[in-house]
Design a protein around this ligand. Structure first.
Ligand code: PLP
Length: 424
């Protein structure tokens, strides 16, 4: 930033998403099959790729059923609809997350009630959940954030005792396991974004998992305009979706081309997790030597964690009086890759503005205090004392970790030369 030599030399960071000739072969096969959509007929009598991906992904998580969808946002909407959530209902959403859990609740006509989170992890806790319950609370969406997991067993106990439906949003935690069991299987439904940045990337894509056969059937209808699968694979030339009408749906189907990419990517996921875990271990060892910095805590019950964004906790004063935005900008300049603080929490995010849409504005104006009228010290602290890096930074070798540690040291040493508040 001041014109000196950055820590990172010309060596490129690992690319993301990753693909090779196997991916190209899968994609080309889908292209040449002429079956680009589950709604189109099956020329060869094979199951659709999106159905095969849903089955493979359910197996990966240990859930009984999987549903492929167009986005994580679509998965959230059909999960809420399958559970019968609608007008008059309130759904608890952590204040620290991407906006989609809140907008999905609005999209089904219910009210998202934003609740504070643990300042160290950014995740909802059982205590925060218990304190936020009201007679109108029907469900909770818990988000396993960045590189850690919410205390899911305690949260599931509170949800069960209060008669709430529990949706786990695992968009940032594909394959995280809590005491040997995959997150996403502790509540009624687990939802996943499979967007391009995620650890399992399909471009624009999502999935939902459940053990409950009736929720599975409902989610199939809800995502495909009231159509479910034929009982057996279709004959060549026949359609695989049959009209049912049990519950009215909309179109949240995943493209066959996307499913081809995901079928290629899924078998790579655990090896990539292992590489990131090895780099994270090295990084954590190095962080112990840098005063005021520590890894984001991970609950002891987590025996495998997915790292979507690697998080570093910054103790107040660790960079003198320099704000987190300036610190992140300096690190990004040293490293030639993105280093950033978390997004601002939803209670002050420009992304959550229901008043800008005719469909929501009247109801939102009347209920905004119920939705966002709490204190959010945990979320605000997490925002101002966390540094994040994309998981691809951990897909290389130990030299990358050394660069990150050197940059942290250097920025700490020169913090006095930075603009305290904003971007330099
Ligand atoms: C926690 C969380 N939920 C939901 C979503 C929405 O997923 P999509 O972008 O696939 O709609 C995201 C995307 O980043 C996310 O991080």
């Amino acid at each position: 930033m001041h014109g000196g030599t950055p820590v990172r030399g010309p060596r490129p960071w690992p690319r993301w998403p990753q693909y090779d000739t196997r991916t190209e072969t899968e994609l080309l096969a889908a292209l040449r099959s002429s079956r680009w959509s589950v709604s189109w007929y099956s020329p060869d009598g094979e199951k659709s790729r999106e159905r095969r991906f849903a089955e493979a992904f359910a197996r990966y998580t240990g859930a009984a059923h999987g549903v492929s969808v167009d986005h994580g946002s679509g998965a959230l909407v059909i999960a809420l609809e399958a559970l019968g959530i609608g007008p008059g209902d309130e759904v608890i959403v952590p204040a620290m997350t991407w906006v989609a859990p809140a907008t999905a609740v609005l999209r089904v006509g219910a009210l998202p009630v934003l609740v504070d989170v643990d300042p160290a992890t950014g995740c909802l806790t059982a205590e925060h959940l218990s304190a936020a319950l009201s007679p109108r609370t029907r469900a909770v969406i818990v988000v396993h954030l960045a590189c850690t997991a919410a205390e899911i067993e305690n949260i599931a106990t509170v949800a069960t005792d209060a008669g709430l439906a529990l949706i786990e949003d695992c968009s940032q935690s594909h394959g995280t396991r809590w005491a040997g069991r995959a997150v996403g299987t502790f509540g009624a439904i687990g939802v996943f974004s499979l967007g391009a940045a995620k650890t399992l990337a399909g471009g624009e894509a999502g999935a939902a998992i459940t053990d409950d056969p009736s929720l599975y059937e409902r989610m199939l209808m809800l995502r495909a305009d009231s159509r479910g699968y034929t009982a057996v694979a279709p004959d060549p030339g026949d359609y695989e979706l049959v009209e049912d009408g049990t519950v009215m749906g909309a179109n949240y189907c995943m493209s066959e081309l996307t499913a081809a990419v995901l079928l290629d990517q899924l078998p790579r996921l655990d090896d990539q997790h292992d590489i990131r875990a090895a780099r994270a271990k090295e990084l954590e060892a190095g962080l112990t030597d840098i005063p005021g910095l520590a890894p984001i805590p991970v609950p002891a019950q987590v025996d495998r964690r997915a790292i979507y964004e690697y998080g570093i906790r910054v103790r107040p004063g660790a960079f003198g009086a320099i704000g987190i935005d300036s610190v992140a900008a300096a690190l990004a300049a040293e490293l030639g890759t993105k280093v950033y603080p978390p997004r601002v929490p939803l209670h002050r995010s420009v992304l959550l503005r229901p008043q800008t849409k005719p469909r929501f504005s009247a109801a939102w104006t009347a209920t905004v205090d119920r939705a966002t009228g709490r204190a959010y010290p945990g979320a605000d602290h997490y925002r101002d004392h966390t540094l994040l890096m994309h998981h691809s930074v951990l897909l290389g070798d130990h030299r990358d970790v050394e660069d990150v540690l050197t940059a942290l040291d250097k920025v700490r040493a020169h913090a006095g030369t930075l603009d305290p508040k904003g971007t330099p």
